[in-house]
Design a protein around this ligand. Sequence first.
Ligand code: SF4
Length: 328
Amino acid sequence: MSKKGRVFSGARPTGRQHLGNYLGAIQNYVALQTDYDCVYCIVDVHALTTVETTQELKLNTFEMAVDWLAAGIRPEETILFVQSHVPEVMELHTYLSMVTALGKLTDLPTFKEKVAQQPENVNYGLLGYPVLMTADIVLYKTDVVPVGIDQAPHLEFAREVVRSFNYRYNTKVLIEPQVKHTEILKVLGIDGKAKMGKSLNNHIELASTPEETTARVKDMVTDPARMKRTDPGNPDICNVYSMHKIFSPAEEVEMVNVECRRAGIGCVDCKKRLAANMNKHLEPFRAKRSELASKPDEIQDILNDGGRRARAIAQQTMVEVRDAMQLP
Ligand code: SF4
């Protein structure tokens, strides 16, 4: 069956993935493989804008690749690779930076946020980040980029850079990527307040054991108004209930919805049920993950092979780009 075009997406190497990554992005990556030729990139160069040592970069890249593969990324059809394995992206980044107004970059809210977050390390890479991101996308002749509503401005920026380049050199060599609006599920952490993330230590790792998962679920914050077992609760404001809706069978979700409101079920029991359903759901993932993790050379081969395939596309694009620019 012929596919609808090429999808590109990149993510920084953050090591072992958590439920938020899985429900918010990885599941979507897996699903897109049915209809599109997918190029998924672990953007280690982008990570250098915020990490000061590279010691963990390799391990984080490996762990993330293992999780993605265990979740269902199919390397025989999808290109899964590491950004720095394709040095052509740096060259394209430089050319694109020449058609990007400095004021546009300094005005971007994401740049201002980073400056506020790490005032001691405001490096050039932070400023050029969106240009490198644009180079990542267009280098692989991407048709479509899946983005959540809040990321749409980033893609609009990339499209503007592409238009500037094509206009400057009177060419159509770079493809303006289209947005594929995706509903990116916002998963709250076990604190029930902030988005799930490692920095807040409110996450549940996909690779954790069933016992570890159960312990994390036990720590989840519930309806704060439910002080005693006999108090009725409100599942609509409880993150445990939100997770039940994802991991539990429909009749159990309905039971929690009804029984919580009339104190027919306690939070301890409710969480035990959730943990059991979550562990059941993650069982095939975990089995595949431990099998893959026991063969690190095969993971490296997959990434190297992805790098070679990505580079072949990139080299062709750069021939066309240099030609369009009439470089000597
Ligand atoms: Fe939340 Fe379940 Fe407790 Fe209700 S019974 S407050 S849904 S944990």
